[in-house]
Ligand binder design. Sequence first.
Ligand SMILES: [Zn+2]
Length: 150
Amino acid sequence: MPLQYTDGEFEGKKLLIVEGSLDDTVDLAPFEDPSYTYVDCEKLNRMLSVGIRKWVLTLKARPSDAPLYFVRCSVMFVEQLNVIDGFVGNSEVQSFFAPYICEDCDEEHAFLLKKDDVVDSEAPSKTCPSCSKELEFDEDEDEFFEFLED
Ligand SMILES: [Zn+2]
């Protein structure tokens, strides 16, 4: 599904909710609209290289006095953020999903974290919603939280 946009509200400001894939047909015009403050990226589910190139250029062009704050970024979004220089330009990631796994239930759980939840690249401890056992972090912590170091 090509990228679709829905308007929302977050902390009293205009929120752009994004859903679908960043492919070669992507229209990123809403990212040039200065009235948006927040972007919800939970459902941004695929990123192809042509789309990523457009995305990086669009965000780079955003004036530095009108940054966007990305919230609810998916695990995939964070992975791109860590490998692509300037992935969000002058904008900022405020909250994101982090992958955990329960070794007893063999189930994956994603938890929404805020920047401040992570200190020294250490994932905050979380417990399994099914069995209450402490979860293991399901990525390399230094790599996954690298974007927070900037
Ligand atoms: Zn469990």
